[in-house]
Design a protein around this ligand. Structure first.
Ligand code: FDA
Length: 497
């Protein structure tokens, strides 16, 4: 066997003193491409022209993360952190500009421990949402947690940027149900709620990933759900009255009782009304007949199941099983482009009709509309960094997929044009967007004297965070004034004079 190579006084040499070598991957290592690709969900960011990390660090405990920060600071290597890798712009593992950075990939840190008596759980950032949901349900069929719909999303990124799914009207976003965190800060210190400032604790729960340190784990409140929930999916084509139904829905959806969520997935000439009700078919059908009779929902549409089964059902359809919640090898990795909007005033019916024309144009994507109201709209705007609250009727997500790299021109153009078309009908000054639906077209930080500037951050930052952006920047100025943790859309430090 070759003699051990003495550690050099460089970043890697520093790492190997504190972290077992089997957890470190240099760019030259044969496993590096596989480890990097493991959780790249948007194939646009797999291609060779993307700026890749020099190293990938796969810690198994918090002290490894602390060492990575200490070594990174000492040797001027930045860290990007990746949990589930679902970032739409890939900023957890690629840089737009040439930059020396390493990725701290948390996929080996995914413990979930439930305290059933206290109705709380600790979950590591590297767990995927499905693992959290599964473990909660294994402990109790009548407890749940309100985070994203897709089970492969990482806890780390989802909670950091807000996190919402089918329970948003009942319980709001994931971040507002977080009661404690463990975070490694820009000095390599491990903090929790009791040792960090109140502003720092506020900022990590919804202020977006990367900016405020590496969140190792999150303590969350588990929330009650009934033993049986009811799911329905009712597709309606334009000929079957989709335009009138969407028109009615935009007023009804946000005003329904908090235990009923009906979202719309519009694709081609069809609007699919997808509902989840926290209760049985027997109480749902009269509710639907009184609030939204036009949809024609009846008992034949009901699918009753425990809450945990509704997660794979909604994500993958009837045939999905609980094991789909644990599957980490999802092979669905399209090329993707995503944008989002918030709607406060009902969209005119003529415009809704035009949207269905857009949806059959060349390069057309899908439009997902999530109704707000109830719990998500009741929380004050400043309570968490996530500001999309009172008065929001619904969130729109424009999703566009393609499967052949060369086929991107039409979908990219469609997304741009569709977004432009919607401008008059959505929120203004700023035109709001959801931080977790990251869109680099909203703006990029400029870096001056090695610090991201507040002015450049404000451009995209107020769209994601409205009036909370400034408080986030001031907090960043206090916890990471040298802007160590950064990416193209991280919160810039605002230093108070
Ligand atoms: P990833 O690891 O790429 O991280 C995202 C960002 O957070 C990066 O900037 C990263 O550096 C940072 N970060 C990650 N871990 C961190 C940590 N431990 N500490 C600090 N920063 C960290 N959203 C939603 O709310 N509801 C939904 O239903 C869906 N659905 C959905 C479906 C699909 C298929 C995709 C691809 C995405 C979604 N999303 C979503 C958006 C999703 O919530 C968003 O992309 C999250 O940031 C992804 O978190 P990951 O940990 O997977 O991403």
């Amino acid at each position: 066997a070759a003699a051990p190579v003495p550690a050099k006084d460089d970043f890697f040499g520093c790492l190997v003193k504190a972290i077992p070598a089997r957890l470190l991957y240099a760019k030259s290592s044969p496993d590096f491409p596989t480890v990097l690709a493991q959780t790249i969900r948007n194939s646009r960011w797999s291609s060779p022209q993307n700026v890749k990390p020099l190293y990938i660090i796969t810690p198994t405990n918090a002290s490894h993360i602390q060492s990575a920060v200490v070594c990174g600071r000492r040797h001027a290597v930045r860290l990007r952190v990746r949990s589930g890798g679902h970032d739409y712009e890939g900023l957890s593992y690629r840089s737009e500009r040439p930059e020396e950075f390493a990725v701290v990939d948390l996929n080996k840190m995914r413990a979930v421990s439930v305290d059933i008596k206290a109705r709380t759980a600790w979950v590591d950032s590297g767990a995927q949402l499905g693992e959290l949901y599964y473990t909660i349900a294994k402990n109790s069929p009548v407890l749940a947690f309100p985070a994203g719909v897709c089970p492969t999303i990482g806890v780390g990124g989802n909670f950091a940027g807000g996190g919402f799914g089918m329970l948003l009207r009942k319980y709001g976003i994931a971040a507002e149900n977080v009661i404690d965190v463990k975070v490694v800060d820009a000095n390599g210190k491990l903090l929790d709620k009791s040792s960090m400032s109140a502003d720092h604790f506020w900022a990590v729960r919804g202020g977006g990933g990367e900016s405020f340190g590496i969140v190792v784990s999150w303590q969350v409140n588990l929330l009650p759900v009934p033993p049986t929930v009811t799911v329905f999916q009712i597709p309606k084509t334009v000929r079957e009255g989709a335009v009138e139904l969407v028109n009615k829905w935009q007023l009804v959806g946000p005003a329904l009782p908090d235990d009923l969520m009906i979202r719309i997935i519009a694709m081609g000439d069809t609007a699919k009304f997808e509902g989840m009700y926290l209760g049985t078919c027997k109480t749902l059908t009269p509710l639907m007949s009184s609030k939204f009779p036009e949809l024609g929902m009846n008992a034949s549409h009901c699918n009753e199941m425990p809450w945990i089964k509704s997660v794979p059902f909604i994500h993958l359809g009837k045939q999905a099983t609980l094991f789909d919640l644990l599957n980490r090898n999802n092979t669905f990795r399209p090329f993707g482009e995503y944008k989002s909007d918030y709607v406060y005033q009902p969209v005119p019916k003529t415009v809704l009709a035009q949207i269905f024309v857009w949806l059959v144009k060349p390069g057309a994507g899908i439009i997902i509309m999530d109704p707000y109201g109830a719990a998500i709209s009741a929380t004050p705007e400043a309570a968490t960094p996530f500001p999309h609250r009172k008065g929001v009727l619904f969130n729109i997500q424009y999703v566009n997929y393609w499967f052949d790299e060369a086929a991107g021109a039409a979908p990219l153009q469609w997304s741009k044009d569709m977004y432009k078309f919607m401008e008059p009908y959505v929120s203004k000054n700023p035109r709001q967007a959801y931080a977790n639906y990251r869109d680099i077209d909203l703006g990029r930080n400029e870096v001056v004297n090695d610090i991201s500037t507040y002015a450049s951050g404000k451009v995209w930052g107020e769209k994601y965070f409205k009036g909370n952006f400034q408080r986030l920047a001031i907090t960043k100025g206090k916890v990471d004034p040298q802007d160590y943790f950064r990416n193209e859309q991280s919160i810039p430090p605002l230093l108070e004079k």
